[in-house]
Ligand binder design. Structure first.
Ligand SMILES: *[C@@H]1O[C@H](CO)[C@@H](O)[C@H](O)[C@H]1NC(C)=O
Ligand SMILES: *[C@@H]1O[C@H](CO)[C@@H](O)[C@H](O)[C@H]1NC(C)=O
Length: 232
């Protein structure tokens, strides 16, 4: 989050500096400018002022997963679905607001909601077929359409979500290999010469990336082709 805040501020500074340079050959630091126009009005003069009537925090849709999320302790209803609070908190901790997309609500409502969000998060879970799979696929195709049309519409798929996207993109429902590790801590070894540019890991501090390969900082929780949850 700190990096995200800094980038726009730095961009504004660069704008301001090149503007100052064009006007006179002297570049002044803000502390040297107190006799010129007030710093607060010249700083970032080219950035449009935020519209106070708008909320700039992105809205992220999270697709609910079949079941009650508590092994039937709360409900065995066949139409029950849930979203683990951790996914909501994850999105909110990045500054986003969340609206739930209920996988088994009427499709016209679900796809109307899809038009109101800036991105989608697919959660972990176990459902790899049926209505849930179909809805994940339909939403994903809609997301591709949006991006193809120039709308920057991110999708973030965790665990089962990532498995489902692998199945959908490859058009191969058997693409997943067996991997059985439940509740186990491990290191994370990147494939040699992998390029992390453009991936989640791009923003990891280098020392943390290094630590991932030596310390057991990663939780593996995959049950053979059945369940995939992941906790950060
Ligand atoms: C759901 O089914 C399980 C297994 O039959 C049972 O133990 C549990 O009490 C049920 N849950 C509810 C909320 O009725
Ligand atoms: C699930 O079905 C029950 C019984 O038909 C209904 O009362 C309830 O509103 C439904 N819940 C959802 C989330 O659709």
């Amino acid at each position: 989050p700190r990096n995200c805040l800094w980038i726009p501020i730095l961009l504004c500074l660069f704008n301001e500096l090149s503007f100052a340079e064009a006007e006179s050959s002297t570049i002044l630091l803000p502390s040297q400018q107190h006799n010129a126009d007030s710093v607060s009005t010249t700083f970032c003069a080219h950035c449009p002022a935020p519209d106070p009537s708008l909320n700039y925090r992105p809205v992220i849709g999270i697709l609910s997963h079949p079941g009650d999320g508590a092994s039937g302790r709360l409900s065995n209803a066949t139409n029950a679905s849930y979203i683990s609070a951790s996914y909501v908190k994850f999105a909110e901790s990045g500054g986003a607001r969340v609206i739930p997309l209920i996988f088994n609500e009427p499709e016209e409502i679900l796809f109307e909601k899809l038009e109101l969000v800036n991105g989608i998060l697919y959660t972990g879970g176990w459902a790899k077929s049926g209505l849930y799979y179909d809805i994940v696929e339909k939403i994903f195709k809609k997301i591709l359409e949006k991006n193809d049309a120039g709308d920057h519409f991110p999708v973030y798929a965790i665990c089962l979500g990532f498995e489902l996207l692998s199945m959908i993109v490859s058009e191969d429902r058997n693409i997943l290999e067996t991997f059985d590790r439940a509740n186990q801590a491990s290191t994370l070894q990147f494939v040699k010469n992998i390029n992390i540019e453009g991936t989640l890991f791009q923003r990891f501090p280098p020392e943390l990336l290094k630590k991932l390969s030596t310390d057991c900082l990663v939780m593996q929780n995959h049950h053979v082709r059945k369940l995939c949850f992941m906790y950060g």
